[in-house]
Design a protein around this ligand. Structure first.
Ligand code: P1T
Length: 391
């Protein structure tokens, strides 16, 4: 079955007890047992819930994986995967990551004796150089948040395999519609389902998918032992969202390609980061490992923080908000928002600068989006006018 058919049908058969066509919300914490230890596969909703199982089955299929596990947030999925590690283990990770992931690495798991080594993820050799006898995991996010850089999943997975190191890929930005890291050699795929997979900005959720029986058993154990699971209603919302993932991703990309081209030609803009642009340093890699370029763009404006601030405060359709991947367009300032807690020297090294703006391109009419950006860029240097435009 093709991707978009699986998104609608995989795991989502009619409900066995009532015939309900759409998966019911099993809003129950517990399940009555017929006798001691005799139940229908579910005993307590932290360990398993039928609505969650359907979502886990669907997501595993969309990543070409055998097993899916869902969590209460993307960071809950990441935290649970990190439970595979022990004190003294090391992780080599790309250095351009969602700020919350950096915070989780540096301020939580580092306290448990796990060492994180950050490398420029655009060159596979950098991972090889940093692997030691203690390295247990390579962590990739590609395309990265917020600079839209890429890591060569296949090349890095070959290094990981040759060194007997696990590899996990955060596939949130591409979504499984445009990129399938398991096919390229990753052991685990992680998602913030909050983003494209749900797609409607009304749920926080996460997922981990693997083809390995052993990793599945271990992560499932930690899923239950740690307990950061999604509720039935949130699982249902994500399930409802995922049915339209393909059609949404195509529209996100179609709009993003036009907007990236518009921004690249704008005199107020210094640089546009979008893997679909020929000017992107890894455009060829994007064409090779992704089947589309996604809906995320970042760009630097001429000037500094004040200029960026004016622009993000001047859009009318693009909402100034954290997050991404919803049907509505969002604008953000990574330095003060999503990446505020990333250490300044880390941001400086990467080029996450004061004049960087991030866009999550929605599926509205692209001409309205371009008009909105045009007017926001037009007033970007004039104090007060930005506010006038908003009223
Ligand atoms: O917010 P949560 O569902 O816990 O997902 C965390 C996360 C993980 N990975 C990536 C690549 C992400 O972008 C995120 C969350 N990102 C935002 C909230 C943001 O605005 O970038």
């Amino acid at each position: 079955m093709e991707f978009e058919t699986r998104a609608i049908h995989m795991g989502q058969e009619a409900d066995p007890t009532t015939g309900a066509t759409i998966t019911p919300i099993y809003q129950t914490s517990t399940f009555t047992q017929e006798g001691l230890g005799k139940h229908k596969g579910y005993d307590y909703s932290r360990s398993g819930n039928p609505t969650r199982t359907v979502l886990e089955t669907a997501l595993a299929s969309l990543e070409n994986g055998k097993h899916g596990l869902c969590f209460a947030s993307g960071l809950a999925a990441t935290s649970t995967v990190l439970c595979l590690l022990k004190s003294g283990d090391e992780v080599v990770t790309g250095n351009d990551l969602y700020g919350g992931t950096v915070r989780l690495f540096n301020k939580v798991f580092s306290n448990f004796g796990i060492k994180f080594t950050y490398v420029d993820g655009t060159d596979p050799k950098n991972f090889e150089k940093e692997i030691t006898g203690k390295t247990k995991l390579i962590w990739l996010e590609t395309p990265t948040n917020p600079l839209l850089r890429l890591s060569d999943i296949k090349a890095i997975s070959q290094i990981a395999k040759s060194k007997n190191v696990m590899m996990a890929v955060d596939n949130t930005f591409a979504s499984p519609y445009f990129q399938k890291p398991l096919d390229l050699g990753a052991d685990i795929v992680v998602h913030s389902t909050t983003k494209y997979i749900n797609g409607h900005s009304d749920v926080i959720g996460g997922a981990a998918i693997t083809n390995s029986e052993e990793l599945y058993k271990q992560i499932k154990f930690y899923q239950n032992a740690v307990g950061a699971v999604p509720g039935a209603f949130d699982s249902w919302l994500v399930l409802r969202g995922v049915k339209t993932l393909g059609i949404r991703m195509r529209k996100h990309e179609e709009n993003a390609l036009k907007i990236a081209a518009f921004l690249e030609g704008h005199k107020k803009i210094k640089r546009v980061n979008y893997p679909g642009l020929k000017s992107h340093p890894q455009h060829e890699l994007a064409k090779k490992q992704m089947s589309g370029f996604g809906g995320m763009i970042s760009f630097e404006v001429h000037g500094g923080k004040e200029d960026a601030k004016h622009i993000v405060e001047s859009t009318k359709l693009f909402a100034l908000a954290e997050s991404l991947g919803g049907v509505e367009s969002l604008i953000g300032h990574p330095v003060t928002m999503t990446h505020a807690e990333v250490p300044q020297e880390h941001k400086d090294k990467l080029g996450i600068s004061d004049n960087l703006i991030r866009l999550s391109i929605g599926i509205e009419d692209v001409n309205d989006l371009i008009k909105d950006l045009d007017q926001a860029l037009g007033v970007s240097n004039v104090r007060g006018k930005a506010l006038e435009a908003r009223c």
